[in-house]
Design a binder for this molecule. Structure first.
Ligand code: OSB
Ligand code: MG
Length: 369
């Protein structure tokens, strides 16, 4: 493809309600969007890096710097024919996977449009609908937590994930389980426990959780494997899995029985597919995580979730849970059965509202080929 320009934009968008995890509270997102213009078409990508380096080392500012100074110029000079070529183009830059993913995914988006196929089809997806769960942030009170769970169950979501941390765990699981004995329930600790908490974590086994996501250190496999031996509930790794080799190591060491795949965390669609395939070959189910994305990242997550081994409901949910007005059209909607339709039109299947993006933009830069 002959790339004309790569546009970087930072938009600001307030969340409809604050989202709290063990590492902090987010009320407004600062989001780096990538637009690649080539041959009369536009491919879009969204960087999932947050404002602070809490979930990962990357932030919206480091991603901006890397995209502007290293990655976008390299991409514009390389004119790749296929999104799958991006990892090679970006290889000289170590790390910065969220910045790389934003650019790589825009290339896949563009390629799908050029070939006249849906992004899902280009990625090798086979599902026409995907199953959806929700991630519910830490709430100011147990009462508010239960009200949130009630609302999401009523909306049809197939799995409820509760964010937890020391001091906000078993009493919450107990209350939710007592009221809803049969729902699919999981929790996500975002690395807030230590191995000395093993007896406490083992008590989570009482609540029939589908999984415990990332209980220990973000860079660890070994201690997770020690923990997994001592608890019945399946561990799911999120932060620890940065690429296919990490997935292989974690599976081999039995550090987890389930893997959460996020495009941004692994550096783009190519590596996400590689993690998916490695897990599938070894009988490990995967699901698609979320990072409070706008509709662009959400559209990409829907396409990725259409791959065969995404057998568990993901954290990909309706636009309106996050934004009063999303930047795509139509917005992402979830059926009463808790499913999202995978678009079959060319590309990402959701139009970007360029006028709205312009109004939300606080910084902009064009990198010309
Ligand atoms: O660990 O999965 C996570 C949000 C921000 C950072 C990390 C995580 C999350 C979520 C939200 O759980 C998922 C979503 O609804 O987008
Ligand atoms: Mg997580």
């Amino acid at each position: 493809m002959r790339i004309d320009s790569i546009f970087l934009r930072e938009i600001r968008l307030p969340l409809v309600q604050p989202f709290e995890t063990s590492f902090g509270r987010t009320t407004e997102r600062r989001i780096l969007l990538v637009e690649i213009r080539a041959e009369g078409l536009s491919g879009w990508g969204e960087c999932v890096a947050g404002e602070h380096p809490y979930f990962s080392e990357e932030t919206v500012d480091t991603a901006w710097l890397m995209a502007q100074q290293e990655l976008a110029p390299a991409l514009a000079a390389a004119d790749p024919e296929h999104g799958g070529k991006c990892p090679e183009i970006f290889r000289p830059v170590r790390g910065h996977r969220m910045a790389k993913a934003a650019l790589e995914n825009a290339v896949w988006d563009l390629e799908a449009q050029m070939k006249g196929v849906s992004l899902a089809e280009l990625l090798g997806g086979t599902r026409e609908v995907i199953d959806c769960g929700v991630s519910i942030g830490i709430q100011p009170s147990l009462e508010k937590q239960l009200a949130q769970v009630e609302r999401e169950i009523a909306a049809g979501y197939q799995r409820i994930k509760l964010k937890c941390k020391p001091g906000w765990d078993v009493q919450v699981f107990e209350a939710v389980r007592t009221r809803w004995p049969d729902i699919r329930l999981s929790c996500d600790a975002n690395s807030s426990y230590r191995l000395k908490d093993v007896d406490h974590i083992a008590s989570f086994d009482n609540f029939d959780l589908l999984m415990i996501e990332q209980p220990l250190w973000a860079d660890d496999f070994y201690f997770h494997s020690m923990l997994q031996k001592q608890i019945a509930t399946a561990i799911c790794l999120d932060e620890s899995i940065r690429n296919r080799r990490d997935a292989l190591a974690a599976i081999e060491m039995e550090s987890c029985r389930i893997i959460n795949i996020k495009c941004g965390r692994v550096g783009g669609f190519s590596e996400a597919i590689a993690v998916h395939n490695a897990a599938q070959e070894r009988g490990i189910p995967v699901w698609c995580g979320g990072m409070l994305e706008t509709g662009i990242g959400r559209a990409h997550n829907i396409a990725l979730s259409s791959l065969e081994n995404f057998t568990l409901p993901g954290d990909v949910s309706a636009s309106k849970r996050y934004w009063s007005e999303d930047i795509i059209e139509p917005e992402v909607e979830v059926s009463p059965a808790g499913q999202i339709q995978v678009p079959d039109s060319p590309g990402r299947g959701f139009e970007v509202r360029a006028d709205l993006v312009d109004r939300l933009t606080v910084r902009r830069e064009e990198i010309r080929a």
